[in-house]
Design a protein around this ligand. Structure first.
Ligand code: GAR
Length: 218
């Protein structure tokens, strides 16, 4: 059983996927706290519905990004969090938070990193004309969406896709791979070797996340 702290800013569908996996006893974890920088995030309501402690820390709480992150670290430690899960948390972390949880912070990004890092990943993928995109779960380092990659899922990009239709297709995969990445961490099966994350005992894994698109898939 691992203690999670989930950081959110928005609708919280990834948070919901993690809650559902825990409640279905697929994920040996407990969400000790949900932290939101946005008081109006629907993710906050989701946490309350499931009786999970919520701490709202508005962006205005601190004068600098470092000072903000120091508050977050204090809250995470107070709730004895072991793994920090960024689930649509729209702030760039500073070294003070990253150093407090080295290789113990995960993020999910709606693209196949290192392509289309940063904001508007789905729109940028459509505009660029790639034929595949997807989702990436990675450990967080000091860069933006640059840390060692844990899991990726691939989705096709169709000719008539818009930012919205692609985002929806990617989100469906996010909800599968994020709880699974946390499960691998909780089971002690992730070994970070420089940039590479080795998943141990993969032969026991029944899930497969590479979805090979074909012309009749739609
Ligand atoms: C997700 O698509 C997530 O990948 C993205 O924000 C969305 C949050 O949705 N995160 C980023 O773009 C971070 N760079 P949710 O609030 O419904 O989980």
């Amino acid at each position: 059983m691992i203690n999670l702290g989930v950081l959110v800013s928005g609708s919280g569908t990834n948070l919901q996927a993690i809650i559902d996996a825990i409640e279905a006893k697929k994920l040996p974890a407990n969400i000790n706290v949900v932290i939101s920088n946005n008081p109006n995030a629907y993710a906050v309501q989701r946490a309350k519905i499931h009786n999970i402690p919520v701490e709202v820390i508005p962006n205005s709480s601190a004068a600098t990004r470092e000072a903000y992150d120091n508050i977050v670290v204090e809250v995470l430690k107070r709730y004895t969090v072991e793994l920090v899960v960024l689930a649509g948390f729209m702030r760039v972390l500073t070294q003070s938070l990253i150093n407090a949880f080295p290789m113990h912070i995960m993020n999910i990004h709606p693209a196949l990193l290192p392509s289309f890092h940063g904001l508007h990943a789905q729109k940028n993928a459509v505009d660029y004309g790639v034929k595949f995109s997807g989702a990436t779960v990675h450990f967080v380092d000091e860069g933006i969406d640059t840390g060692p990659i844990i899991i990726q899922a691939v989705v096709p990009v169709y000719d008539d896709d818009t930012e919205e239709t692609l985002a929806k297709r990617i989100l469906k995969e996010e909800h599968k791979i994020y709880p699974y990445a946390i499960q691998l961490f909780a089971e002690g099966r992730l070994e970070v070797k420089g940039r590479r994350v080795v998943v141990k005992d993969t032969a026991k894994t029944e899930n497969t996340f590479l979805e090979n698109p074909s012309s009749n898939q739609k």
